[in-house]
Design a protein around this ligand. Sequence first.
Ligand code: ATP
Ligand code: MG
Length: 551
Amino acid sequence: MSEEKSLNFIEEIIEADLASNNCASISTRFPPEPNGYLHIGHSKAICLNFGLAAKYGGTTNLRFDDTNPVTEETEYVESIKEDIKWLGFNWTNELYASDYFDNLYAFALELIEKGLAYVDDSTSEEIALLKGTPTEPGKPSEFRSRSIEENRTLFTEMKNGVYKDGEKVLRAKIDMVHTNMLMRDPIIYRIKHAHHHRTANKWCIYPMYDFAHGQSDSIEKITHSICTLEFIPHRELYEWFIEKLNIFPSRQYEFARLNMTYTVMSKRKLLQLVNEGYVNGWDDPRMPTISGFRRKGYTPLSIRNFCEKIGVARRENMIDLSLLEFCLREDLNVTAKRVMAVLDPIKLVITNYDADKTEELTAENGPDEAMGTRTIPFSNTLWIEREDFMEVPAKKWFRLAPGSVVRLKNAYIVKCESFEKNDNGDISTIYCTYYPESKSGNDTSGISVKGTIHWLSAAHAATAEIRLYDRLFKVENPSAEEGDFKSFINPDSLTIIPKAYIEPSLTKVDLEERFQFIRKGYFCLDKDSTPEKMVFNRTVTLKDTWGKIAD
Ligand code: ATP
Ligand code: MG
């Protein structure tokens, strides 16, 4: 059955533009400010911009919006590039708004020459005061009527470093009583004696976002400049600059940003979590950053599918984190290699199995035959999960209990004969007998069992630290709650199991591999692993358990 997917509203606009020859081909851009790592919200913008260009045979530039020298760092530039590539996208050109500082300066001078910009000596408080409110008109500053010549001289002096930070600004001369507050003579250049990560000390004046963004789009001949809804009021200004400067008519379109439950998504807040030590860096697996998800074991495909599923809307909404986890499980279920690991071990001894014997048993690597098989060592002493044994079994208990039979995955059926406790009263060893003719794949025992459990041969198992993650916040929308968002951090977002047992096959894996520890969840190797100590992250549980715990 073929299903025609309906177009989203931006695709409709693009198809109409192409059909009417409004543009011959499309060009989009992804414009991150390099002041932090990319988060899952950015991946929506990335998938959208790159996806549209791919669909309609266009181009996508990666443009760093680096007009604010104070907050931007090269580390962020590198991480952003890495994340976009990892998601599976390639940009046409790597560009920087700072590359256009000369053009932007020339545009500013052009506005001055046209009588459409002026230098204002007012303080920021004075400017704010005269700006009015949405219901009250603004008033002109006393500097609004400066001559073109005076403005040209003062602006040149601003550029030449004659003035200190905040002494003067350049403003567009539009309309102080405009209903759109952003049109009330917005500031377009400010003085900032600061070192810039690319232009170093060449400039001490920097363009404001609104003056840089649209003009950069125009310089690059971006046809469809896609941004989030909060930029709707900026569109009028965006178009005003294009019209007055008579430059390439890029058009701005707005879509709803991605908001997701149990997390925060503003770089400013994420930076606080990093700087104040709530997490271990931007790529902490609890962070909603792309690098955090990658380290936790997410796949690029799962994130792209998620972005596809949530679609493109014109109204804000809140997406459930479970949907992202659903997309992840969907992918890992078919791609992750199945292995065995015991996270909370107790010993199981098979009394009728030769203590000197080791068998190499065959196990399938996954649901798909093409994933092949591997061998796992079996012997008389095994590790099994503590939770797979009950001294006094509950109703419908199909796992181990005194007298019960259970299948050891890929191995034999065993019967629990007795058990031992340590001085604390905890079960320490379970004694079983096995049925030699019940070997998996060749079972002639005729015994029927209802439960299958996983295990590892104690003499052969390797060890690893296991990190289990839970949601970073206890509440659905920490930003909407009263008080500091950090007070809603989930104190149990990380649980460390210092020593778990893993299959010997797991001692030679790399960071990109994904595993299902059968019955336990999906896991991957963490970059903290060393030859002495392996560390695995739980990527996601096998089922969505949060709903159950929460109620
Ligand atoms: P933040 O508020 O998290 O700092 P930002 O919008 O300031 O985000 P930018 O680096 O300016 O971050 O964003 C680059 C692009 O990504 C912009 O086009 C922006 O609209 C888009 N974007 C940012 N956050 C989201 C989100 N949550 N959902 C969709 N797109 C987003
Ligand atoms: Mg921004």
